[in-house]
Structure formats: C-alpha cells, structure tokens
Design a protein around this ligand. Structure first.
Ligand SMILES: Cc1ncc(COP(=O)(O)O)c(C=O)c1O
Length: 493
C-alpha cells in the first residue's frame, strides 16, 4: 500500500521500537556495564578530567541518519563519556558532597524511566503518589516534624531551598519582598543566595552573619541583627539555619534559632541538604536536635541517603501551606482536580511534569533495610573521625575543623610551617595533583580566608585504609609540592 505521497510507508523504525529479544539483549549489555562498574569501582582510578582539546570534536556533528548497533553506542558511552568524568560514587572521592548512590536506586531509576511515570497528578499516578506520600511522611516523622507536615521530592537541595523559601515568602510576606530581611550564617550554601535572587530579593536583603568559632550562627548575633533591622524599619521574616554546612559539617543551634523565630514571628527554614539524613543514625541524632522545629526543612536523599541524582526533599511543617503557595488552576487540568484527599504534587511545587523519584528511595530501603541504611550513615561519621585522627598524628597538617557529620578540614603547613600565602597555594596544588593522580579526589575550600583541604566521607564503600592512605598521599604530595615551591622561590631570589 502506498502512503499519501504515493511512496512506500517508512520502515518500522519510525515507531522507535525494537523487538523483545533485541531489547533484552541490549538491556542486559547495559546492566553488565553497570555491574562491572560497581564491582570494580574500588580498583579503578577515581576518574579523569580530560583537556578541552581532547574532547573537542569528539561529539561534534549531527546525529547519524541511520541508527547504529547498540553495542557500538554503549562502547562509546563507556569510553568517551563516562571515562572522562570523576566518579563521585568511588570510595576515594571525598570532594564536595559525594554521591555514593546504590544498585537498587539505580535499578529503580531505570524502572521509573521505563514506565515513564508522570507524578504531577493523582489522576495519572495514584500508586506512585501514594508511595511518595508515604516516603515523605516517613522523612517528616524521622526529622521530628508533626503529623500535619508534608512535602515533595524535587531535583535536589537547590530547588528544595527555593521551594521552602517560596513558601516562607508567601506565608510571611504575602509575596511582597520590599524591605524584607532574611538571616543566615556566612557558612550558608550558595543555593540560598540563588533561591532568594529568583524569589525577587536583592542581595542586600540577605544578612550573612559572621559565624562563631565553631562555624555556627550565634543566636546573640542574630538577635542583635534582627533588632537593629526592626529599628531601621525593615521587615525581618526568615532565618535559614544549617543542619550540616557544606564547608565543615557545622550544625547551627537549631533550638535557639527556632525559639528566636517563634519570638520574632519569623519563618525558620533549615538547610539540611546533606547533613539532615544523619538524624537516622545513632551518631548524628543528638547533633541534630531541633531539626523538627523547622517551618521548612531540606534533606537530599541523593546525598547521604545514597540515592542516584536527582532527589531532594522539601518538608514543610504545615503541608497545607505548600498548596496555598503553589496551587494554580488551569482549564485543561479540570479533570485532575481532587475530589477528596487525593494529593496532586503539581500543587506542592514548581513542576507539573515530574518523574518518579520516590521509587528509588523506597526500593533501596525495601531491599537493603533501614538498619543497613542507618549503619551506612554512621559509618560516614566514623570515617571522618578516622581522618581527623590521621591528620592529628601528622605534624605536617593542622586541623582546621574537627570531624563533624562526615566532614573534616585541615591544612598542610609543612614542617617547619611556611608563610600563610605560600601555604594557601600549596594546598590548592595538593588538591589538583592528587586529583590528577586518579588515586583520590579531595577538594579545597576557604575557612576564615585561608585555603584548607576538605574530606567529605559519606560513602559507605570507603574503608579506614582508604582514609589513611589518602591522608598519607596528601602529605606526600604536599612535601613534593612544597619542595618544588621552595626550590622555585630559592632560584628566583
Ligand atoms: C548544605 C547544602 N545545601 C544545598 C545544596 C545544594 O544541593 P543540590 O546540589 O542538590 O542542588 C548542597 C549541595 O552540596 C549543600 O551541601
């Protein structure tokens, strides 16, 4: 039969389908690649940062007119794409906040993508919505939030902060930002600045108050700032507390901040994107007292609940405030309107089309069990203590912040110690050279104006030996870099 243009109909390829046998074979090949990756992770380099020159042209050109065999494509994915990245689930990846992930989370993501679940409305995904509600309820309960609390899964901490702060703006300011002021310590994550910018606040409306000697927000400093702003006719409306700063793992005095917010009628938002998960373990729970006093709380399962990217959670003390903030109606959505207690997650946040993030958290918990998960969290806390001990026993290092919620920072100062500026650049070079070696990834940060090395140890695959060997490697590389810096300085004088 001819088509409208009098030509043969296109071959079956236009259906974008494959027969079942082929799908199975291709699918098994993809799974084999994933399993090989996980099974050999610890023995591989931590990855590679390719030069721009190396990659230029590698992916140029239009897509092929005709499809290639999957095996060929998969080989390129492995060789050209994955091999040119750092593996943030590797046991010796200690940079930023690692993404340890886990096998069942990864399978769940494949399933969610395969069924292509749309979780914006109850109508389209009642089962997935019920599962998301139950995971969110569990997280709320774990954090100590009351029964009326609720929330949703979003892409990660940045969007979770944005969502929580949008609710704060709506509830406390009726969305009018003029003269409003928000408070946090100078250790707050940059995603808070971004969120406030997107919500229409000017830079000067965020008071980044100097932290105390333990990198925490001091309630006295906060009280003074609020009172002087009130005297100046400003509208203090929100405090952002940290439950685990990215720099040092510090936890702000959450109860004190909650008390002050209560007295001043301010919203209390807690950014626990990486740290709040530790409330599940035995070791972190006490450090996080007051977590349940948040008006809104951010907690990222793609960090310390070991899920593949992207899953962050925003939890709100009174879930009704989420739909008060975000719910809009549209004619073409009339069939989705709830008739009873059904939840439409599109009313709780920014996304309408949204994937099924809850599945990976649920499947990982079902398959590994809660005990394994909490032990894995506690293991991360212990590893930072092992690192602290290794650093403390080496005179070439100075500890700059103690192990706290899986983060420890320190500075190579050599022996005898060098001047501070030279030391700053040597610590940057240590991070660069160790990363280039492929043995470990350790990044640097700034504390009190000085460059320090930082380990974030939340990967359950990491062993005590990984930690000790990495600290040893940092010292060795430090000696080498310091030696060549000294030689260069001597030859230039
Ligand atoms: C404390 C804190 N808040 C927010 C974020 C942002 O989270 P995401 O990268 O998932 O957007 C991070 C990321 O590391 C973080 O550590």
């Amino acid at each position: 039969m001819n088509d409208r243009a009098g030509q043969s109909p296109p071959p079956d390829g236009h259906r974008l389908e494959r027969d079942a046998e082929r799908m199975r074979a291709d699918g098994y090949a993809a799974i084999d690649l994933l399993v090989d990756h996980l099974a050999t992770l610890a023995d591989r380099p931590v990855g590679k940062i390719a030069d721009v020159d190396e990659l230029t042209g590698l992916f140029s050109g239009a897509p092929p007119r005709h499809g290639r065999p999957f095996a060929e494509v998969l080989e390129r994915v492995d060789r050209d794409i994955f091999a040119n990245s750092l593996l943030c689930n590797h046991p010796r990846y200690f940079a930023f906040v690692p993404g340890p992930s886990n096998f069942y989370g990864m399978l769940a993501d494949a399933l969610a993508a395969g069924f292509n679940v749309f979780t914006g409305t109850w109508l389209e995904s009642s089962g997935p919505a019920a599962l998301e509600l139950s995971m969110i309820d569990w997280l709320c309960g774990t954090a100590g939030l009351p029964d009326e609390a609720g929330g949703l899964f979003v892409s990660g901490g940045s969007v979770a902060n944005l969502t929580g702060l949008a609710v704060a703006r709506h509830v406390k300011l009726d969305d009018r930002t003029d003269n409003a002021v928000i408070y946090c310590s100078d250790q707050v994550h940059a995603s808070v600045d971004k969120a406030l910018f997107l919500l229409g606040f000017r830079r000067e409306q965020l008071r980044r108050l100097p932290c105390d000697e333990n990198f925490r927000l001091d309630p006295g400093t906060l009280r003074d700032a609020v009172s002087s702003d009130r005297q100046a006719g400003k509208r203090p409306f929100c405090v952002v507390g940290n439950a685990g700063t990215t720099n040092t793992g510090a936890v702000d005095p959450l109860n004190d901040l909650a008390d002050l917010c209560g007295q001043e009628g301010m919203w209390f938002h807690i950014d626990g994107a990486y740290g709040a998960s530790a409330v599940l373990g035995k070791l972190g729970r006490d450090m996080l007292t007051g977590l349940g006093r948040a008006d809104s709380l951010v907690l990222d399962p793609h960090k310390w609940l070991f899920q593949p990217f992207e899953i962050g959670a925003v939890l709100v003390r009174n879930r009704a405030l989420l739909s008060e903030t975000f719910r809009v109606s549209a004619d073409y959505m009339q069939d989705t309107e709830a008739e009873g207690l059904e939840t439409n997650f599109c009313d709780y946040g920014i996304q309408l089309s949204r994937g099924f993030r809850a599945l990976k958290l649920w499947m990982s918990l079902e398959c590994f069990g809660l005990d394994a998960m909490t032990q894995a969290i506690d293991h991360g806390i212990e590893l930072a203590e092992v690192a602290e001990a290794a650093v403390a026993s080496d005179p070439r290092f100075e500890l700059t912040s103690p192990a706290c919620l899986g983060v420890v920072t320190f500075r190579y100062h050599g022996s005898p110690p060098m001047n501070e500026e030279t030391c700053d650049s040597i610590n940057r070079l240590i991070s660069r050279d160790v990363m280039a070696s492929g043995d470990a990834v350790v990044t640097s940060t700034m504390l009190r104006g000085r460059t320090v090395l930082r380990l974030c140890t939340i990967n359950p695959r990491t062993t005590h030996d990984d930690i000790r060997n990495t600290v040893g490697l940092l010292a060795e590389v430090g000696d080498r870099v310091a030696g060549s810096t000294a030689a260069r300085q001597a030859s230039s004088t």
